[in-house]
Design a protein around this ligand. Structure first.
Ligand code: TXA
Ligand code: MG
Length: 346
């Protein structure tokens, strides 16, 4: 199949530009589009055959449920069984539209293929103007995972989507680079206290400032999970480059810098091509590529997946990556790096 590309930049009329993409969704096709977090791959959530195409295109296993994107709290309510929990209303008023996904008891009208047979449904209202306009023009809730092949880093630019999915999807809306760079925060509001399933664009600190204590699911800060995996995105291997990635998870920047240098130097001595991803570390070696993401977590999150993809395209033998503080967006950055890592040195 030929993937049709719709470019937003330079188009005077956003709605006119998005009309053909919305009509693909209405006709049961699948379209990648930018959101403020990462690019998503969307289909009409009520159309089971269209949703099945998402799983096929991504080579995503059927036990990994999708987030449904809507344009308002009212539209979200139609997908939820019973009234929205109080806490969800408060969270929605503060963080929607935006990078927050809430898990609710699902309404019977939501097809089981969307939720992988779970009795719950994950919903979010994106803030990106392209995503909002596309949902409104389509007139339906849009089921959309990140627009990457299964287990690969999420796409933050149209070129990343094409690298994974060109010829496998009906359309792509190129809306330039995304803003946040890591996926939405997922919070399960069917539990008391609510449970953070995935850290993301809305920080844990911001959630707790509004609603008090939020419990952390075990997969948030560790690579492997004991007990049942209630959200398959918690699987231990995720966001992975093809190149081996060693994460040096040591808080003290000076101690970490020495360790990163030692790991890199050993590999270089063995004739290996090494790339580095650093968060303000000062490392005394000469790698083939060095990406300095600095200590500002907002900037680090924005550049994270692009850096991993770019290093992965350089035919390296090894990527050595430092750690950043697990605060603010740093919690999401570290969560993604732990899942991406082949090995973690502590
Ligand atoms: O920022 C984002 O959330 C992006 C953009 C496109 O909106 N989407 C995204 O989707 O990251 P995806 O499919 O890559 O990750 C969605 C995660 C998965 O880990 C899935 O297991 C979890 O959401 N999820 C979906 N429905 C769920 C449910 N009912 N209960 C628990 N987890 C759920
Ligand atoms: Mg994903």
């Amino acid at each position: 199949m030929q993937t049709a590309i719709f470019t937003v930049e330079g188009h005077a009329d956003l709605h006119a530009c998005l009309k053909p993409a919305a009509s693909i969704i209405q006709r049961g096709g699948i379209v990648a589009f930018p959101t403020e977090t990462v690019y998503g791959l969307g289909a009409n959530a009520f159309d089971e055959r269209a949703v099945k195409k998402i799983f096929d295109a991504k080579q995503r296993p059927p036990d990994d449920p999708l987030i449904v994107h809507v344009s308002s709290i009212e539209m979200a309510s139609t997908l939820v069984d019973g009234p929205l929990p109080d806490i969800a209303r408060r969270l929605a008023q503060r963080f929607w539209p935006g990078p927050l996904t809430m898990v609710f008891k699902k309404h019977a009208s939501v097809p089981g293929i969307v939720t992988s047979g779970l009795p719950t449904v994950a919903i979010r209202v994106p803030v990106h103007p392209v995503a909002r306009a596309l949902i409104e023009l389509s007139g339906v809730p849009v089921a959309a995972p990140s627009a990457n092949l299964f287990e690969r880093p999420s796409p933050t630019r149209a070129a990343h989507v094409l690298a994974d999915l060109d010829g496998r999807i009906d359309g792509l809306v190129d809306g330039g680079e995304v803003d946040v760079g890591v996926e939405s925060t997922i919070i399960d509001v069917t539990r008391d206290p609510p449970v953070l399933l995935r850290p993301g664009g809305v920080t844990l600190e911001a959630l707790e400032a509004l609603v008090g204590r939020v419990a952390l699911h075990g997969s948030v800060t560790s690579k492997r999970v004991d007990g049942p995996v209630i959200s398959p995105g918690m699987k231990s291997r995720h966001y992975s480059p093809k190149t081996k990635l060693v994460l040096v998870d040591i808080d003290d920047v000076h101690v970490a810098s020495i360790k990163i240098a030692a790991v890199a130097r050993d590999a270089i001595k063995d004739g290996k091509k090494v790339g580095l991803i650093l968060f303000g570390h000062d490392v005394d070696v000469e790698p083939v590529v060095l990406v300095q993401l600095g200590t500002d977590a907002v900037k680090g999150a924005r550049a994270l997946f692009d850096s991993i993809r770019s290093l992965d395209s350089k035919s390296l033998d090894l990527i050595v990556c430092g750690a950043t503080v697990e605060q603010g967006l740093g919690l999401a950055i570290m969560n993604r790096l732990k899942k991406a890592a082949t090995e973690i040195i502590t």
